[in-house]
Design a protein around this ligand. Sequence first.
Ligand SMILES: Cc1cc2nc3c(=O)[nH]c(=O)nc-3n(C[C@H](O)[C@H](O)[C@H](O)COP(=O)(O)OP(=O)(O)OC[C@H]3O[C@@H](n4cnc5c(N)ncnc54)[C@H](O)[C@@H]3O)c2cc1C
Length: 1013
Amino acid sequence: MKDIFTNKFTDQVSLTHDHLVPQIFTYLKDHEKEIEGSAYHIIESARNYNSFNAFEKLMHEYDLSSSEGIVLMCLAEALLRIPDNKTINDLIEDKIPKGQWKNHIKNENNIFVNISSIAFLMTGKILKQDDLKTTDIFMSVLKNISTPVLRSVIKQSINILAKQFIFEKDIKRASKLSLKLEDSIYAYSFDKLSEGARTYQDSNKYFENYKNAITFIGETSSQKKHSISIKLSALHPRYERNKIELLRKELLPKLFEIIELAKNVNVDICFDAEEADRLNISLILLNYILDSNIIDNDYSGLGIAVQAYQQRSIFVLEWLDTKLNIVNKKMNVRLVKGAYWDTEIKLAQEKGLENYPVFTKKFITDLSYLKCAHILEGSNNIFPQFATHNAFTIAYVQKLFENKPHEFQKLHGMGDEIYNHFKNTNNFSCRVYAPVGGYNDLLPYLVRRLLENGANTSFIHQLNKKNINSEALHRSPLSKLHKIDQNQIYKPQNIFPDRKNSIGVDLTEEENIEIFSNLQNIDNINATSVINGVDKITSITADIFSPYDINKIIGQACYADEKIINEAIDSLSLYSKEWKNSSLDKRIKIVNQFANLLESNYHLLVSCCVKEAGKTIHDSIADIREAIDFCRYYAVEAKKIFIEQHLPGPTGEKNIYQLKAKGLTCVISPWNFPIAIFVGQLIAALVCGNVTIAKPAEQTSYLSYVIFKLLLKAGLPQNAAALILGRGEKIGPKIFTNQNLQNVVFTGSLETAKIIQKQLHARDDLINFIAETGGLNCLIADSSALTEHVVEDVINSAFNSAGQRCSACRILCIEENVYEKTLSMLKGAVDTLKVSSPELISTDIGPVIDHKAKEKITNHINSFAKKYQTSSTNNHQGYFVNPTIIEINNLTDVKEEIFGPVLHVLSYSSKNLIELCIQIDSLNYGLTLGIHSRIDRVIDTVIKNTNVGNTYINRNIVGAVVGSQPFGGHHKSGTGPKAGGPEYLKKFCYEYSVSNNIVAMGGNVDLLSNVTD
Ligand SMILES: Cc1cc2nc3c(=O)[nH]c(=O)nc-3n(C[C@H](O)[C@H](O)[C@H](O)COP(=O)(O)OP(=O)(O)OC[C@H]3O[C@@H](n4cnc5c(N)ncnc54)[C@H](O)[C@@H]3O)c2cc1C
């Protein structure tokens, strides 16, 4: 499997030239004309096919690049799952007016599209009734219909759209229908509609459904051999690579049970292919299955889907063929191109991966598919199933396999026009992927199909475009090879125009898993303050230990005394002018070098962060990435703000405006982001030219010491910054009273921020204080939101980092009509969270930082009666708190920010939405806010009636990205400016204005020499 694991991010250009092109090129030399000819006939026949397919007609009319297409998509995604009429009406009123429906009403014999369009139009009240004269008889029917009826017509239209993709509601009806269609060229693979399970309850339900479906299909007598498609993520709520041990224990036995059953009733099954991050897990599980005896000579009906758009697809097939040879077994492979392309691109950019796991050129995906077909053709162990609607792909495969058994596959509701061409072809077999289930389960599937039909590059989409001629569509993908370097999608590291994106670590990949499962030994460590590059030893020491292993001391921190603090201030003050006037380019170079050093020391930093701060490996990596982004972002911003500006004025005068460093700055950072915030504050101060005292939280003294040493290694002059370790309450007052101090930057609790503010007020000058504190952050979810999506984002926002983020979701406000459903799924999802040592990649929640924190959180939990807490236990001695959900009746039940894995939930009525916003506002915090809704009016109402720094719509509310989501709040949440935003650096500078009367030195030369007569 090594080739599979190492080729996830291969260079697509060399892979194409070295591995894909040669065999296809050779094959086409002899067969190109014939294949292109066949493809041309398929296309022509498809274009002449009179489809009765309502969906195709609607998609034809409403292109996804039009606003009406988008509206239709939004309605399709949400309308059918909304439980109440009011929200349905709100959604329709919100979306329909956004389209130009009138243009879609035509005199063509296209009743469904016309009725839908008129319904959309009238509901939107865009048009006066008179305007509808131009439309024919439909108008006379619809003219007098009331709005509620029209709404029901819209619902019906969307229903028809959805129905297009559902074969039948349940497996019995599906089987009955397939028997009726027995004469057609089609066999069926029934897909029990199911998306990724979020809870054990859901996964158990899907497990039973799959087993029932297999049994039923096995018992039904049919001339055709129908099969069942299975989504593995539906069978376990944590189908993730980092949960492989759990999956081996809990999922593998279920798979064995399913295969055993399928074998007994002689039904083929196929595991669907999902996101690229899940490929390794499915192959690891498959490997176990193949090594067992469950598949034998009597059963070759197990299959997997392989996605040709993944760079590794050819290696997957080569491995599988070799493996099957070794174990002497046979299997099916469904070759698909892949359905999650846009998601893969987005995820890779978000994670800063080294490259994309999928090709970024459509024609390379096509080539890869053909190359995979060649590998399958060479295999005697794999029965190939070609799932495609693309005419050239079909023609190529048909030629390649003219003497070898194979089958084609298509999706129910799509590609009828293509496969109709073969209805009289002998020995042509095609299997239909036939979703079975209710509308509720359909929606994510439906959205994928709409995207597939609407995407510009999609073959089916192009087939439906009258302006694309058949010649353009039937050509071999090799004809596009010259475009291989054109219009590349930027690699994830280059998505920002003026700086590199921080590189991430893909923890779904085997090599990284191996590396980060073995953290560096952090024992016998010593941390000290550092002044002038020298470690300062004192007699004030504190033990260092991991919050998840509190009985073991791993080192000592040496805290600064008064003498050391004074020495730091004196040394920095002495160097202040020089550093302020140093070249900006030099400072930027140091900052960028430092960023690169952080990037090349991932393993060390993760090890320290996990062991000292108790952060999980995932969270530690995110912390480092943010720090790197801060460096690169501030380096770019510094270039922008330090430009000398010439301001306009009367002639004879030169007016200059510029920013310069303030001077001695003290930055005080917290333990919860011991890398990102420590680095962000320090670098912001330094890049502007401020000599800086860095005072990190005492809980993460060693980590700051390690980072500070990297900064010196990057070339920072030794007396430009000092690291001062120690207890805040002891160190702070000694610094805050110093007259040289110009600026204080703090991130931490509101309580401490107020103490610092008070101390600064006692000075006889006025110095700037930047504080970023916590929040009582709410997330509002209405009934138009997708519950699975809400739950996923809330779990992420409330419990990641053990809830120790100032941006974390503290209160979830759920609309009353989906309250019970959401709460129940939330509890189920919380049950799947693993609370354990952060050294384990499989851990979701590590410890909280210390005894005091644990005590405060526990006391808070104990003061509520209606709560749900998971009961997981682990063997580690530490400050663990199990994730807890507390039901509250009023927002005011939560008095203060609780910094831990605790989520409060509240039910609200949609008629009180504004009231809810006002209450959120009156909590007087203003950091983050989440809204989950498909209705723009709801989103606008919430935004207008709340006052928070960072609002997130239909996503989680944590993990603000530097430069993309500048972070920081108001009121009790902080003073601003936002970290990682365009105003931040300016607060580290004073403004200077210099006005020069240039006439004083000999007259107004400029004026006199520039005027003409
Ligand atoms: C029976 C059946 C079962 C299926 N099961 C699965 C499954 O288990 N898992 C799954 O993921 N999909 C599955 N699919 C969906 C399948 O991936 C799509 O239907 C398929 O990609 C469409 O391919 P095509 O040859 O019909 O269309 P084409 O239009 O020729 O190709 C579309 C493909 O090109 C890719 N593409 C688009 N733009 C680019 C670009 N810029 N760079 C690179 N590639 C690009 C798309 O992502 C898509 O994969 C299944 C389809 C069928 C018919």
